[in-house]
Ligand binder design. Structure first.
Ligand SMILES: [Fe+2]
Ligand SMILES: [Fe+2]
Length: 144
């Protein structure tokens, strides 16, 4: 497979849409976007798949740590959909592990397709599901 030339993969950047106003959560979300960009730039520059596996393992670890912190926070503020949100995190981790294993095997899909899956998995969670709890955070003292 020709790799590393002329690819335009997603490059998720921080915008106000991602901001919930809680410094730890915003930092962690920014860290997820930076980690994603690192994987995409590695794909574009033709890094070997074992490097992409390591980068995806690092993203997985970052997601696990963030999800744990986020779920503690959501319980603390009494977010009513915390169980569904936790299930969504587990599903995301499982799908991210599949992508990690795709890199480990040598993917059958194009890198553009994998990048699109990876982007949607993380970015759409932040912009859709996480944004659902933002109003609860802003009206709760537990958000500090
Ligand atoms: Fe979340
Ligand atoms: Fe989150």
């Amino acid at each position: 497979m020709a790799r590393g030339r002329g690819r335009i993969l997603p490059s998720p950047v921080w915008t106000p849409d991602f901001a919930c106003g809680h410094p730890t959560i915003d930092d962690e979300h920014l860290g997820l976007l930076v980690a994603l960009r690192g994987i995409f730039s590695g794909m574009e520059s033709g890094q070997p798949f074992d490097t992409l596996v390591s980068a995806t393992d690092a993203l997985l670890a970052r997601c696990r740590a963030h999800f744990t912190n986020e779920e503690v926070l959501l319980r603390g503020i009494g977010y009513p959909k915390v169980i569904q949100h936790s299930q969504s995190h587990q599903s995301l981790l499982s799908k991210l592990s599949e992508i990690r294993n795709d890199f480990a095997r040598g993917p059958e899909e194009s890198l553009e397709q994998i990048a699109s899956r990876l982007h949607d998995l993380v970015v759409l969670h932040l912009l859709r599901e996480d944004r659902d709890y933002f109003p609860y955070l802003l009206t709760s003292k537990g958000g500090e």
